[in-house]
Design a protein around this ligand. Structure first.
Ligand code: HEM
Length: 127
């Protein structure tokens, strides 16, 4: 179908569930990132990122129903994000994207967005 959303094209909720789960499996091993995340609510963090990405790509808008407007830059203000944090985040996200084994065009669209979004989340100068 011509108007099929990206969400449907990649395989719906299941694909995003696998993507974000794989990403967090990397985060928990990462000495740069792990201190930033809430130790006692990693499942919640995983759910929030999954819901956001699902909504962004045309799936159900459960994220905004539960969390309101994304305002992601503002929500990341409590965390110091320099190029080191950005690159660590992208490294685990890259593993996760590759693990989905999507068709090249879909993989590129997803990855290009994540790179762009991660660069826009940097909020602190280099030391
Ligand atoms: C939340 C770190 C980039 C989407 C968080 C949290 C941390 C974090 C520590 C709090 C976890 C929680 O309790 O939910 C980072 C770092 C990044 C990054 C170090 C490096 C650039 C991104 C990008 C996106 C994103 C590129 C979107 C494509 C989100 C979302 C939440 C979140 C949706 C939950 C917001 C909420 O509803 O409270 N991030 N993040 N993050 N992040 Fe990131």
């Amino acid at each position: 179908e011509e108007s099929q959303s990206f969400y449907d094209a990649v395989g719906g909720e299941e694909a995003f569930r696998r993507l974000v789960h794989r990403f967090y499996q990397g985060v928990v091993t990462d000495p740069i990132l792990m201190p930033l995340y809430p130790e006692d609510d990693l499942e919640g963090a995983e759910e929030r990122l999954r819901m956001f990405l699902i909504q962004y790509w045309g799936g159900p808008s459960t994220y905004s129903a539960q969390r309101g407007h994304p305002r992601l830059r503002m929500r990341h203000n409590p965390f110091v994000i320099r190029s080191a944090e950005r690159d660590a985040w992208l490294r685990h996200m890259h593993d996760a994207v590759i693990s989905l084994a999507l068709p090249d065009d879909l993989e590129k669209r997803l990855w290009d967005y994540l790179v762009y979004a991660a660069h826009s989340m940097v909020n602190a100068p280099e030391v």
